[in-house]
Design a protein around this ligand. Structure first.
Ligand code: GDP
Length: 177
């Protein structure tokens, strides 16, 4: 991926199986987005999306799981983003308990930085196997001072809104500086 000036680098964090790749692939295919020069990595999806009448460019990195047990790779992930999605599955309490852990790890790596971080409860379509209620998910996000969004990658529900939210969060912080 060439010049990343002005591009929002979004890193997906979260336990295995929560839907990181599914969400990244949906982002990569958002209909009205303009395909942009993709790099040689299959794990990065670069697109421009129109948000509030202004085009925003994002690269979404789905690389977290490749960093397993490689401390320096993890640290690289935690340093490279200028926005983060911490994803869990609403059907999997174990993945939910990882959210706090990941957020603390991120904040430890990036102290004193006001990063846009969204906690994402994915698989909202699996109503009958839900283990984490909307209220519980939102409650943890509030406690961690993050935005909360529920998505279904399977139904493409709220996925566009999720990435639009990243752009809005990013712009909000930039305008405050
Ligand atoms: P990753 O390990 O976090 O990258 O998770 P994947 O994207 O590989 O998804 C793991 C599994 O969950 C796959 O079988 C997906 O098809 C499935 N999956 C992902 N998102 C959803 C969703 O929103 N709803 C449902 N029902 N299944 C999902």
């Amino acid at each position: 991926i060439g010049d990343l000036g002005g591009v929002i680098k979004v890193v997906l964090l979260g336990d295995s199986g929560v839907g990181k790749t599914a969400l990244a692939e949906i982002f990569g295919g958002l209909e009205d987005s303009l395909p942009h020069a993709l790099g040689d990595s299959e794990d990065a999806y670069e697109r421009k999306i129109l948000v509030d009448g202004e085009e925003g460019a994002l690269v979404v990195y789905d690389v977290w799981e490749q960093t397993d047990s490689r401390g320096w790779m993890q640290e690289n992930c935690l340093q490279m983003g200028n926005a983060y999605l911490i994803i869990f599955s609403v059907t999997d309490r174990r993945s939910f308990s990882k959210v706090t852990e990941l957020l603390l790890q991120l904040r430890t790596s990036r102290p004193n930085e006001d990063l846009p971080i969204i906690v994402v409860g994915n698989k909202s379509d699996l109503v009958r196997s839900r283990e984490i209620s909307l209220e519980e998910g939102r409650g943890v996000a509030v406690m961690l001072n993050c935005k909360y969004v529920e998505t279904s990658a399977a139904l493409h529900h709220n996925t566009r809104e999720l990435f639009e939210g990243v752009v809005r969060q990013f712009r909000l912080r930039r305008s405050r500086r």
